[in-house]
Design a protein around this ligand. Structure first.
Ligand code: FAD
Ligand code: DLZ
Ligand code: SF4
Length: 515
C-alpha cells in the first residue's frame, strides 16, 4: 500500500511571496509553517521597527494563506512549545504530526542556508529545496558571467541583465536613448525653495506584536509608534507604495537621488526595499510598474529618471546578491585596511554636534530608514575615515535598517561603503570632506562645525579625517588611478599644512565620542 506523502513546508520571515508556485493550488497533504524565533531576533540587535514589521508581515501572510485554504501552522514568539530554532521547531512538528517530507525555500542568508542544508541532510525523511522565485538572477549567475575575470564591474553585470531581460533595450538589444547609463544627469542638490513630496506612510496597529516582543525581553534599538506603524506590512500596502512612488516620485528620482536635507527623510526615494526584501513584491513588478508609468507619462518623466531607478534594482540589487553568493563566507571577514576602532557611542543615540551625522542617525533611529547617500556618504563615510572595524560597522547597519538582510547589507557596508573587500564591489573608497556634504545637502549651514575650516577650533572633522585617511593608506591606495589626483594635491601641500591636518585628525580621533 502507498504511504501518503505528508509534507511540511517552511517559510522564512523574508520569503513572503504569495505568487510563488507553492501556493498556486491547495494541497491537503501540505502544511506550511512560519515561526517567530529567537535565533532570528537575536543574531543582530535589530531596530524595533524591523522586528515588528517582519512579524506583522509574517502574521498577515499566514492569514492570507489560510484564507486561501492552505493549512498553516504559525508559531508565535511566546508560544509555550516554541524551541526558537528552525531545525528544532521543524523536528518537533515532524514528530507531532508525522510529516514524512520536508521542504524549504532557498534562504537569502548564508548562515541560514548552511543551517538548513546541514539540517536537511541529517533528517531521515526526504527533503527538497525550492527557489524563492523572486530575483531576476540565480545565486551563481554573476559568478558565471565573470568566470576567470579578476574584476566584477557592476556596469557589465547591469548591461547583461538589461539585455537578458529585455529591459529598456530595442529589438537589437541596444540601450534605449543610445546610452546604458545616464548617471551624469542625476545628482542635484535640492533647491532652497523645493519641498519634496510628503512621503506616503501607513498607520498599522502593531501594538500587540510590540507587547509580545517586550514581554520576551528582546533587545532592540530605535523606537516605534506601534499604533501607527508606518511601513507596509502586506502586499496590498506594498503595491500602494509602489503606485505612490511611480506616480509622485519617479519623475524626480534620478535628479535628487543623492540629495540630502534636514528633516527630509525620504526625498524622492521609493522606500520599497523592505517590501522587496521580504518578497511582498518582486523586483520585476517594481521595474515593470516604473516602466509602465513612464510610458504613460513620458512627457513628464525624463528617461534618465527611469533608467536611474531601474539600474538600482536590476543592477545594484541583483549585483550585490551575486557578489554575496560568490564571495561568502570569506567576505564576512575581509578588512582590507586592517581597521580596528570602535564606532563612536553617538552612533547609537545621534548625540553629536556634527549636523549631517546627527540628522542621519536620528532619522535612522526614528524611522529605521535612511536613504542610500545618507548611508554611504554620511554614516559610512565617517566610519571609514575614523578607521572603525568593519564588524562594528556591519553590526550597526544590519541592526538599524528595516531592510537590512545580510546578503544586501554586508556587500553594501563592507564592500561599497567600507572598501573592506579591497575593491571587489567598488573601484575606490567612498570618502569625502565637507565639500561633498555641502554640495549635496544643506546640513553644513546649520552645523556647529565650520565646513570651510580644516584645522583649529570648530573645523569640520571630515576635512582633516579625509586627508588623514589618504595619508595613512597610501600604500594601498597610492597606485589607484581613480585616486591619483588626490595624492597629487596632498603632495603639493607644504609639510606644515600636512602636519596640522594630521594633528587635527589625531585630536578628533582621540576625542571621537565628544564630536
Ligand atoms: P531607492 O533609492 O528608492 O532605490 C530603489 C531600490 O533599489 C531599493 O529599494 C533597493 O532595492 C535597490 N537599491 C538601491 N541601491 C542599492 C544598493 N546599493 N544595493 C542593493 N539594492 C539597492 N539595501 C538594502 O536593501 N538592505 C540593506 O541592508 C542595505 N544596507 C546598506 C548599507 C550601506 C552602507 C549602503 C551604502 C547601502 C545599503 N543598502 C541596503 C542599499 C540602499 O541604500 C538601500 O537599498 C536603499 O536606501 C533603500 O531605500 P529605498 O527603497 O528608498 O531605495
Ligand atoms: C530578521 C528576522 C527576524 C527579526 N525574525 C524572524 C523570525 O522570527 N522568523 C523568521 O522566519 N525570520 C525572521 N527574520 C528573517 C530571517 O532572519 C531571514 O529569513 C534570514 O536571515 C534569511 O534571509
Ligand atoms: Fe557635517 Fe562637517 Fe557639514 Fe557639519 S560642517 S554638517 S560635520 S560636513
Amino acid at each position: 500500500m502507498d504511504i501518503k506523502t505528508k509534507t511540511l513546508r517552511l517559510i522564512l520571515g523574508d520569503q513572503l511571496n504569495i505568487n510563488h508556485s507553492w501556493f498556486t493550488s491547495v494541497d491537503i497533504n501540505v502544511t506550511y509553517v512560519l515561526m517567530e524565533i529567537r535565533s532570528e531576533t537575536d543574531y543582530a540587535k535589530h531596530h524595533i521597527q524591523k522586528v515588528v514589521g517582519i512579524f506583522a508581515a509574517m502574521q498577515s501572510f499566514a492569514k492570507e494563506l489560510q484564507q486561501k485554504n492552505h493549512d498553516v501552522i504559525y508559531i508565535h514568539l511566546n508560544d509555550e512549545n516554541n524551541l526558537h530554532r528552525f531545525d528544532e521547531n521543524v523536528v518537533a512538528l515532524i514528530d507531532k504530526y508525522k510529516f514524512n517530507q520536508f521542504e524549504y525555500l532557498l534562504p537569502d542568508e548564508y548562515r541560514v542556508d548552511e543551517h538548513l542544508k546541514t539540517f536537511a541532510q541529517k533528517l531521515d525523511i526526504p527533503t527538497k529545496v525550492f527557489d524563492t522565485e523572486h530575483f531576476y538572477s540565480t545565486r551563481t549567475e554573476l559568478g558565471d558571467l565573470f568566470a576567470g575575470k579578476k574584476t566584477y564591474l557592476m556596469e557589465t553585470f547591469y548591461r547583461h541583465m538589461r539585455k537578458k531581460h529585455k529591459v529598456l533595450v530595442d529589438g537589437e538589444s541596444k540601450p534605449l536613448h543610445g546610452k546604458w547609463n545616464f548617471d551624469e544627469d542625476n545628482r542635484s542638490k535640492l533647491p532652497k525653495a523645493h519641498k519634496p513630496v510628503i512621503p506616503l506612510v501607513f498607520s498599522n496597529d502593531v501594538n500587540e506584536i510590540e507587547t509580545e516582543i517586550k514581554k520576551a525581553n528582546i533587545k532592540t534599538i530605535g523606537k516605534v509608534d506601534s499604533k501607527n506603524f508606518i511601513w507596509p506590512i502586506n502586499r496590498k500596502q506594498s503595491l500602494e507604495l509602489l503606485d505612490f512612488f511611480s506616480t509622485n516620485c519617479l519623475q524626480y528620482f534620478g535628479t535628487f537621488q543623492d540629495a540630502m536635507a534636514p528633516n527630509e527623510w525620504s526625498v524622492y526615494h521609493s522606500r520599497l526595499s523592505f517590501s522587496m526584501n521580504i518578497k511582498l513584491i518582486s523586483p520585476k513588478e517594481v521595474v515593470d510598474k516604473a516602466i509602465e508609468v513612464y510610458n504613460k507619462k513620458s512627457d513628464q518623466i525624463a528617461f534618465h529618471q527611469l533608467e536611474g531607478f531601474v539600474r538600482q534594482i536590476i543592477g545594484w540589487r541583483e549585483y550585490m546578491r551575486g557578489i554575496y553568493w560568490l564571495k561568502m563566507p570569506e567576505y564576512a571577514n575581509l578588512n582590507y585596511f586592517q581597521h580596528v576602532e570602535k564606532l563612536p557611542n553617538w552612533f547609537w543615540t545621534g548625540d553629536t554636534k556634527m549636523n549631517c551625522l546627527k540628522d542621519a542617525i536620528h532619522q535612522s533611529l526614528d524611522y529605521a530608514y535612511a536613504h542610500h547617500i545618507q548611508r554611504l556618504m554620511v554614516t559610512g563615510n565617517f566610519a571609514l575615515l575614523a578607521g572603525v572595524h568593519p564588524d562594528e560597522v556591519d553590526a550597526w547597519y544590519l541592526g538599524i535598517y528595516i531592510d537590512a538582510f545580510e546578503w544586501v547589507e554586508i556587500t553594501n557596508t563592507r564592500g561599497m561603503s567600507q572598501f573592506a573587500d579591497g575593491g571587489i564591489v567598488g573601484t575606490k573608497p567612498y570618502v569625502s570632506s565637507a565639500a561633498y556634504m555641502n554640495k549635496m545637502s544643506s546640513y553644513c549651514s546649520g552645523c556647529y562645525y565650520d565646513k570651510n575650516k580644516k584645522t583649529g577650533d570648530r573645523a569640520c572633522p571630515f576635512n582633516s579625517l579625509y586627508w588623514n585617511f589618504y595619508h595613512k593608506h597610501e600604500d594601498k591606495l597610492g597606485n589607484n588611478p581613480r585616486i591619483g589626483m588626490m595624492y597629487n594635491v596632498w603632495k603639493k601641500m607644504n609639510a606644515d599644512v600636512q602636519k596640522a591636518l594630521l594633528d587635527q585628525a589625531d585630536h578628533y580621533l582621540k576625542h571621537i565620542n565628544e564630536l
